[in-house]
Design a protein around this ligand. Sequence first.
Ligand SMILES: [Zn+2]
Length: 249
Amino acid sequence: MELIKKPDYSYIKPTKDFEGVKIFFLSKHLGIHVDELNTDSLPSQKELQKISSYFPINTKEMIFLKQVHGDEVINKTNKKMSYPTADGIITPLKHVALFLKTADCVPIFLFDPINKIIGAVHAGWRGTSLKILKKAIQKMEHFYRTKPEEVFLYIGPSIGPCCYQVKEDVYTHFSFLGKEKQNFFTRRKDKSYMMDLKGINAHIAEQAGVLIEKIEISDLCTHCNPDLFYSYRRDKEETGRNLSFIMMT
Ligand SMILES: [Zn+2]
């Protein structure tokens, strides 16, 4: 992925571009400021307008999820505005920007270029342990006959194995990784682990049939880059939310 720096904001975009598909992981300058976070963690109209002024999307085309660290993936088939409770969404619709809000968790986008289907998945450790990404791929197969080997996957900036320290209570949720588990958890002297959340999601996608050469992973860590991203681990309650989106035009 590529980091593009503009005078007052930055974004990360996939290296491989597709005609008619836009994918942007925005820096915190276009995110939700902590002062603007309402109880639903939705961006204010002012913030949506700001994004709209930099990118060619109408605020009415922006879809947000009420993210709850679950594994629900919804199939959006009409343009009626809503704020569904889910951590994943897929759609065949054009001019619908699927937004994710993250502050260390992994934002993931999917694109099936054959059937023209897009998807967005919010994966923290809970969603990852529930294999929400696999569920999103299966929903695309079920509703749109997507072939996993045709899917392009974009794993955005999130907390990296450099900074994501977890304890045994998190570690125990990943026994489904079997022998591979050691590749994603590095044990420390104090019996905690450094966890590779992006790597586990890429692995889950591969297990679901996505080809490794079609997976792009941002190497940027939200925790290591205070100038670019909000990080919940770093800033605690004082943090805002980074925004990212995928849209077909
Ligand atoms: Zn880091």
